[in-house]
Design a protein around this ligand. Structure first.
Ligand SMILES: Cc1cc2nc3c(=O)[nH]c(=O)nc-3n(C[C@H](O)[C@H](O)[C@H](O)COP(=O)(O)O)c2cc1C
Length: 361
């Protein structure tokens, strides 16, 4: 297993859900940068479980420790390693799952590929828990980008078919991001947010789960970031976002709805701003043309599937007898992953954009 991505900035994620620790090794981050550790902790706190009624009761302190790469408060150009000790595992919840793979988890294909000894307790290396060190790397990159006037923000676009107001793809601003950060449930339309929360609680009461879509915008990108076609921001970002557990779809700008539009509706007419810059009146392109950034806000939406661990009985196969059997999953699971995944998607976006900026020089 490699579990690494990136070109100039290479991020490796290591560990297992129920092992001693999980962590990240970040190679290629520039020397001489002073990360604000409190802001990194605050960012990671947005992903941590057990913070509200909509997520699992599994509460973990998730305080990252830096093992190398930062000295006297400054990055020193070495590979930067940060890790989190696992402290709150209930491994016995998983004993009975050893021979009965959980539907919609990686249990079966991972076991077939890597063998019976692979530690799959709590999802092992495939667990959503591995997104905690990813958020460390993302929080660092967010600060790197902010120092260059680039900001990343996200919100819950929909849950169980209930839609938030989308970002205005032309006028979305840092004020929108700041407002969302103040909200424990990050939506622009709080009424829609209440309805989403009812959907989550309804699913939980039925021992089921729901999914949704996260919308992220990146502001302050220059025109011209990315290389044509294969090394562009769409392909890099989509590839990395699909590495986040539970991601099932990625679209930019008008995305799949572009297929339903006429050219006259989907094209973005050009205009000149008061300060003499070329912009577009609309932004169906989502800030990218020919795989190169246009200087308009980058708009990306990511579909998250319903939490696979549900308490309802499900059909599976007993690998010892090769007979069909019924499985009931116990343990602590979010009835909806989407709220906790918002910072994860922001983190992956920030890492990818940082890698692309470092790759340009
Ligand atoms: C932040 C986050 C938290 C997650 N928490 C859970 C969880 O509590 N229970 C669960 O069954 N899946 C959870 N997942 C999703 C699974 O890890 C994922 O669906 C599974 O490993 C299979 O991978 P795939 O969906 O990418 O194919 C979480 C994902 C993320 C991003």
């Amino acid at each position: 297993m490699r579990s690494a991505f990136g070109k100039r900035l290479e991020v490796t994620i290591y560990g297992e859900s129920h092992g001693d620790r999980i962590g990240t090794v970040i190679k290629g981050f520039p020397a001489g940068f002073a990360p604000d550790m409190d802001r990194i902790y605050a960012f990671m706190e947005r992903r941590a479980p057990g913070r509200d009624a909509f997520s699992t009761s599994r509460r973990e302190p998730d305080i990252p420790k830096v093992a190398s790469g930062i000295i006297n408060g400054l990055t020193d150009g070495r590979p930067l390693e940060a890790y989190i000790e696992n402290t709150n595992q209930h491994s016995s919840d998983y004993d009975k799952l050893r021979y009965t793979p959980r539907p919609s988890h990686a249990d079966l294909p991972a076991r077939m590929k890597y063998g019976d000894e692979l530690d799959l307790r709590g999802g092992g290396h495939f667990s959503g828990r591995l997104t905690a060190p990813l958020c460390f790397a993302g929080a660092l990159c967010l600060q790197f980008l902010a120092a260059r006037g680039i900001t990343v923000g996200g919100h819950i676009y929909s849950i169980a078919g209930v839609n938030d107001r989308p970002f205005d793809p032309v006028k979305v601003s840092k004020d929108d991001f700041d407002e969302l950060l103040k909200r424990p449930f990050p939506v622009l339309d709080t009424k829609a947010g209440k309805q989403m929360q009812l959907e989550i609680l309804g699913a939980r009461s039925k021992l089921d789960s729901v999914g949704g879509v996260i919308e992220v915008a990146v502001l302050g990108l220059p025109m011209g970031l990315g290389t044509p076609l294969y090394g562009g921001i769409e392909s890099m970002l989509a590839a990395n976002l699909f590495g986040v557990p539970a991601v099932k779809g990625v679209e930019f700008g008008s995305g799949f709805s572009a297929a339903l539009m006429k050219g006259s509706e989907n094209n973005d007419p050009y205009c000149v701003t008061e300060d003499g810059k070329i912009r577009t009146l609309t932004n169906n392109a989502g800030g990218v043309l020919g795989a190169i950034t246009t200087g308009m806000p980058l708009i990306v939406r990511t579909a998250i599937k319903p939490t696979p661990s549900i308490a309802l009985p499900q059909q599976t196969v007993d690998l010892r007898s090769m007979t069909e059997t019924e499985l009931t999953i116990t343990g602590r699971h979010d009835p909806c992953i989407v709220p906790r995944a918002v910072p994860v998607i922001e983190a992956m976006t920030a890492i990818t954009v940082t890698d692309m900026i470092l790759s340009e020089v």
